[in-house]
Design a protein around this ligand. Structure first.
Ligand code: URA
Length: 237
């Protein structure tokens, strides 16, 4: 990998600001491959260099991938003025890395949202024709007939095109029925518009999985954790 300035590497590994990192460097606590470093503009390959702070080796992460259980009332766009956004829920390190949501959820939708600073990965899972499958639990106002389920599964017309086929299964058939819906596309309000097409209404919507990765059931709404490399691979699988 290419070399980077040591103050940048330290900031990205520790979540400290560049100013704080300069102070740490000045204190003599940092060693690069065994030698003390005080200069912020010294360059190193973060993937191969052994960098320690007070004797503790840094773990370099090129990118981070965050699974967040989004609560209702929080917007997934990052620049909404005066509204709570998903970025308010993650920590300083993630914000400093400029993570962004790979795919949007409506303000009232809950569940799995993926935040990352890896633009190529986000593009890969969101680009038209490459969309990974997303699984949602949909609480509807009325029961769908078998014919309506078939209509939605085959793909209705939306924005001048026929939606890709999807899979719609009944989870519970009570007065407010719940369906599991697996779709690949991500058009604006797609699921709400699909249910409106068959004269129904979405009362609650929750994303439970992206690709082969389910939302961690131990995460309460508003909580998040980083994904392991194996989990990142499972999203695409
Ligand atoms: N479809 C919707 O209508 N809303 C979402 O948040 C996601 C998919």
């Amino acid at each position: 990998m290419a070399t980077e300035r040591i103050d940048k590497i330290l900031a990205s590994c520790t979540g400290r600001s560049r100013k704080e990192v300069k102070q740490i460097l000045r204190s003599g606590a940092v060693r690069l491959d065994g030698s003390a470093v005080r200069s912020p503009d010294l360059r190193a390959d973060p993937e191969t260099a052994v960098i320690t702070v007070d004797g503790v080796r840094l773990v370099y992460k090129k990118y981070i991938y965050i699974m967040l259980n989004k609560p209702a009332g929080v917007v997934s766009s990052t620049d909404e003025k005066g509204m709570a956004t998903v970025l308010d829920l993650v920590d300083e390190e993630a914000r400093r890395r400029n993570v962004f949501p790979a795919g949007r959820l409506d303000r009232d939708t809950t569940g799995f949202i993926l935040l990352t600073d890896d633009g190529a990965f986000a593009h890969e899972i969101l680009a038209p024709g490459k969309h990974v499958e997303k699984t949602y639990l949909v609480t509807a106002e009325h029961r769908l007939s078998d014919a309506q389920i078939r209509t939605l599964e085959q793909g209705i017309e939306m924005d001048g095109e026929t939606l890709q086929p999807c899979v719609l299964t009944v989870v519970s058939d009570g007065p407010q029925p719940v369906y599991e819906l697996r779709i690949r596309q991500g058009k604006y309000h797609q699921i709400k518009r699909m249910f409106a097409f068959v004269d129904n209404r979405v009362l609650a919507l929750r994303r439970t999985a992206m690709g082969g990765l389910a939302l961690d059931p131990s995460l309460r709404e508003g909580e998040w954790r980083e994904l392991t490399p194996e989990e990142v691979a499972r999203i695409k699988a």
